[in-house]
Design a protein around this ligand. Sequence first.
Ligand SMILES: [Zn+2]
Length: 233
Amino acid sequence: MSFLQQIFNDTLHLLYPHLCAGCGKDLPYKHDLLCLRCIHELPHTGFASMPGNPVEKYFWGRLPIAAAHSEFYFTNDSLIQHLLHQLKYKGNDRIGLFLGESLGKTLVNSGRFNTIDALIPLPLHPDKQRRRGYNQAAVIGRGVAEVMHVPLLTGLVVKQEATETQTNKHRAERWDNVSASFTISDQQSLVGKHLLLIDDVITTGATLEACGQAILEISNIRLSIATVAHTSK
Ligand SMILES: [Zn+2]
């Protein structure tokens, strides 16, 4: 780099600094998303390589899954909450791709997810997706797909109705409503596959469970689940 180029770059950097998406600190390189301190602070769970890990236990008796993993612990006012908020409500794609790649690398390294044929992002209701302009689970899925080298299938699984209005109903009744709200097109193309359902964070797990139930109706299917974060510690 010539002296003049260096001065030009430095000036540009002063005018348009690249800030850490976690703490807002100035970053030296444009392609970096987080500073080293924030990267070091990320609370990885290490669940992926553990059969019977807390996420898998969470679905025991609810959904017959092959394996499950959440990459980070989710706590209030944490770096992970801040990053997921920017992805979900500010449309920050780079954060979704970064978190998805991080999740994907762990899945690959664990060796427990190497029979996955395709990824399914947990769908939003189409109205909600239209309003928001994107589905955060699909952005994360793009990052995971990049690392795992498997296709990301968007649009095959569709959420039928908003479930928020059903919160006052009895749990069992609500469950029926929720479980009825996913439809899957072109099921024949998925027969015999091992699918990985992707979402941002597991809180109650009810929506993942309902979507998983719909997927498991496909014949000879295997299902695993992976999310960026998990709320219990
Ligand atoms: Zn930082």
